[in-house]
Structures are given as C-alpha cells and as structure tokens.
Design a binder for this molecule. Structure first.
Ligand code: NAD
Length: 294
C-alpha cells in the first residue's frame, strides 16, 4: 500500500519509519530538510513537496503542529491526490479545525479520519501508540491495519472530530489530576507527613489515580517516573499546556463549564512562563511547592 506521510518531526519521523519497516511503501515530506534526510535514512522515499508526496498515494497521513497547518496542507494536497484517497490526520488539533478538515476531504471525494495519539515519542518509536479516531466506520476500518503498524491500541470514538475530543478530554483529566496529586504532597510535607506514607495510603484508597500510581511527581516514591530523572520529559509542560488550551477552546465553543480545566490551564501557563515549558508536566509539584498561599 502506498502511503504519503507529511510532517516527519519528533512523532511523525519514527511513525513513518515503523510503517516503512513493516513493508508499506512510504513517501515523505517535511519543510525541514534535516527531518526529511533523517527519514530517508529509514527507508522513506523523499518527495520534493507535499503535493508531490500525495500524487499516487492511497493513504495520506499528516503529523504537524496545529490546526492551521492541517487546513493549509489540505488546501494544497486534496486536489493532487487520487479521488477516494484516505486522509488520516494524527496531529493534536482543535475540534473545529478537525471537523473542517473532514468537511474539506468529503467535498473533494476523499475519505478522512482524525486520529490523534497518546504515548509520546517513546510510543512513536516503539509502535505502541494509542490512536483515538473520529470518522465514518468505513474510514476507520480502512485505516486500522495502518494504525496497528504504529500503535497497540486503536479506539473508534465516533464521528468527525471525536478522536480530538477524546484526546483533549483525557488530557484535561490528566492535567487536573496531576495538580491534585501534587497539591496533596505539598500539603503533606507542610504537615510533616512523609511522602511515602501518603503514597502508601492514597495509592490503595479513594485518592488513587494514574498521576499518583503510575507517574508519581515525587522522586523515589512509586514506580520510576520523570520525577526520578530530574523531571526530564516524558510529556513536556508545553505540550500539556497546548492540550489544556485546546480543551478550553472546545469548552468555550461548546458552552461547557470546566472551571478546574480552566484553572489548570492558568497554573500550567504560569509555570511555563517561569521556565517550566521544557520540563515534564509533573514538575508542576516544584512550582506549587514554592508558591505561597495568598
Ligand atoms: P514536531 O514539531 O517535532 O513535528 C512537526 C513537524 O511538522 C515538523 O518537522 C515540521 O517541520 C513539520 N511541518 C509543519 N508544517 C509542515 C508542512 N506544511 N509540510 C510539511 N511538514 C510540515 O512536533 P511533534 O512532537 O512531532 O508533534 C506533532 C503533533 O503530534 C502535534 O500536534 C503534537 O501536539 C502531537 N503530539 C505530540 C506528542 C509528543 O510527545 N511530541 C505526543 C502526542 C501528540
């Protein structure tokens, strides 16, 4: 099967390499020459433009930073691709742009799927990503063997935009719960309660959650996590902030009340502006630990 892969960055590069390694004929393009060169060393044929990459494609995958990049690309590549091509956007973008991308694809007689991922660069390299997909069942079925070559879990979440909706709702839970867990450890410390004691109680009690038991923000407590590696990402605060901002944008458009999601975005933004952008998002505990109660 002929696949065009546009956007060969930190995620797209290893994802495209996995497809090539599993026997798909992948033609790639990236506006950064070094990223394209790295991809060609991993079995991907280099195209001189996105338009050239899609010319004979049966499937087109995009993995770029934001909604505007996806829509600009779709304006350029829907026309030169063969009719009936399946367009899969794996970028994390706003729900409104995702739905617009589906609309444009349908108007050009293409099939389409929004299929953002979780699992980070490690999951992209190991082909263990989770895909959250939105689109008609036929598009999902057609995409499944391709997504399976890059990931271990593929969930059809519903119609156009449902994959993006699932991704930002999940990450809003994660952002809020990491702050909740961090606040509890900061308070415990001020009360003279050992972090290990709080962990032993809460990890088997009603405070239990993934941010505590799989990704504990306190070094030396629970399974190994970025906290044990000086908060090197992992999942960078800048990416968490991006997803929380997308959640707030969607909440505003849909009229949903998400006060904790809103506050979590403000807290991560403040941490990010004070030098935390490149640290793992669990480093929010250091920021909270130095903050004073007003
Ligand atoms: P990245 O910046 O490393 O890669 C994006 C790539 O897209 C870059 O190489 C850039 O040159 C290329 N690009 C931009 N516009 C283009 C165009 N018009 N034509 C061709 N190439 C173009 O970002 P990333 O970390 O790979 O993330 C990609 C997407 O995946 C983002 O939406 C991000 O939010 C999401 N995501 C990232 C992670 C992560 O851990 N990095 C995890 C989950 C989801």
């Amino acid at each position: 099967m002929k696949i065009a892969f546009i956007g060969l960055g930190n995620m797209g590069g290893p994802m495209a390499a996995n497809l090539a390694a599993k026997g798909f004929a992948v033609t790639g393009f990236d506006i950064v020459a070094a990223n394209l060169d790295r991809a060609t060393a991993q079995g991907i044929a280099a195209a001189k433009s996105a338009e050239h990459a899609v010319k004979n494609a049966e499937v087109v995958i995009t993995m770029v930073p934001a909604g505007q990049h996806v829509l600009d690309l779709y304006r350029a590549i829907l026309q030169p691709a063969p009719r009936g091509t399946l367009f899969i956007d794996c970028s994390t973008i706003d729900v409104a742009s995702a739905r617009e991308a589906h609309r444009m694809a349908k108007a050009a007689a293409m099939q389409s799927l929004d299929a953002p991922v979780s699992g980070g660069t490690a999951g992209a390299a190991a082909a263990t990503l989770t895909f959250m997909a939105g689109g008609v069942p036929q598009a999902f079925e057609r995409a499944s063997p391709i997504l399976s070559a890059m990931g271990k879990r593929i969930v059809h979440c519903g119609d156009a935009g449902a994959g993006q909706a699932a991704k930002i709702c999940n990450n809003m839970i994660l952002g809020i719960s990491m702050i909740a867990v961090s606040e509890a450890f900061v308070l415990a410390d001020k009360l003279g309660l050992e972090a290990k004691a709080l962990y032993d109680v809460a990890s088997a009690a009603s405070g239990q959650c993934w941010s505590l038991t799989s990704y504990c923000p306190v070094p030396g407590v629970g399974p190994v996590s970025p906290a044990d590696n000086d908060y090197k990402p992992g999942f960078a605060t800048a990416l968490m902030l991006k997803d929380l901002a997308l959640a707030q944008q969607a909440a505003a458009e849909a009229g949903a009340a998400t006060p904790l999601g809103q506050h979590a975005e403000e807290i991560y933004r403040s941490f990010s502006e004070r030098g935390g952008a490149g640290e793992d998002f669990s480093a929010i505990i250091r920021y909270l630990g130095t903050a004073k109660r007003e």
